[in-house]
Write a protein that binds this ligand. Structure first.
Ligand SMILES: Nc1ncnc2c1ncn2[C@@H]1O[C@H](COP(=O)(O)OP(=O)(O)OP(=O)(O)O)[C@@H](O)[C@H]1O
Ligand SMILES: [Mg+2]
Length: 259
């Protein structure tokens, strides 16, 4: 991928996010957008960044509360020594717009969020793509966003983060990804919020997503990440099969969601 065709990092921010086993870090970019950079290759596996990219795209198709990530370039001269110390290297990586807020704490935050109508779509996305590692973290409470005039406004929104664990993690290959999962256990705190009548519209929306749209989400990726055409095709096949079986996947893993 031509580094000039994607946002380039121009400055690193001090500090690090709460959690972040793969050492993501905040950078400013030449399009004026501060982002969280997730490095490729990731300690979470060679597909972790690809998983992030694909899952965020698929999430847009079903109205799930997740930011769309992008491919970025981070040049060597902006990476500080303390990032290099854990292996950060110049290259093509994944990044997502920096949110301001805090990790989502179910007991404190559910009552306050403004986008609870998007929770069913969040659950459907996690179950559809078998996104793991969501039980106790990897959800975020966004406290600020831009209004229609571009001004910062206060908000309290539930957002999914960290799709590196799509399809069970970043270590999949074509041969083991294709068979769709039969069930998926959602985070317990989310299941408590779901009921059949709330899930129905989110399920129906997923059924309207075409094979072509699913496949397109797997197609565009940087060649530096080494994802083969066969892997992209197998991933898409898995997502299409799981789409067609989504109700059984959720019902099997979370019977009370349909109570
Ligand atoms: N867009 C964002 N803006 C601000 N903070 C974020 C954003 N996305 C994630 N975070 C914060 O960064 C932390 C680490 O991000 P993320 O979970 O994606 O990294 P990871 O290394 O894959 O994590 P894990 O340790 O769960 O594998 C999150 O727990 C969250 O607190
Ligand atoms: Mg995480």
């Amino acid at each position: 991928m031509n580094p000039h065709s994607v946002p380039n990092a121009i400055l690193s921010y001090p500090g690090k996010p709460v959690n972040g086993g793969s050492n993501p870090r905040f950078y400013d970019f030449d399009d004026g957008v501060p982002r969280l950079v997730k490095w490729h290759p990731s300690p979470h596996g060679g597909k972790a960044c690809y998983n992030e990219l694909v899952a965020a795209r698929l999430g847009q198709l079903i109205g799930a509360p997740i930011l769309r990530g992008v491919v970025v370039y981070v040049p060597d001269n902006v990476i500080p020594a303390e990032h290099k110390a854990f292996g950060a290297k110049a290259g093509i990586h994944f990044a997502v717009t920096r949110m301001f807020g805090e990790n989502f704490a179910p007991t404190r935050h559910y009552a306050d969020i403004e986008n609870s109508s998007e929770l069913p779509a969040a659950a459907v996305l996690l179950a559809w793509l078998a996104v793991g590692d969501q039980e106790t973290h990897n959800q975020y409470l966004q406290r600020e966003m831009r209004d229609e005039h571009g001004r910062v406004k206060e908000t309290k929104r539930f957002l999914l983060v960290d799709m590196g664990h799509m399809f069970g993690g970043g270590g999949w290959v074509a041969s083991n990804v294709e068979a769709a999962h039969a069930t998926h256990c959602l985070p317990g705190h989310m299941v408590d919020k779901l009921k059949a009548d709330l899930l129905r519209p989110a399920l129906d929306l997923l059924y309207t997503v075409s094979d072509a749209d699913v496949s397109a989400c797997f197609q565009d990726r940087p060649e530096e990440w080494g994802i083969t055409d066969a892997e992209a095709a197998s991933g898409a096949k898995r997502a299409i099969a799981a789409r067609d079986n989504i109700e059984a996947i959720i019902r099997g893993g979370n019977p009370s969601a349909f109570a």
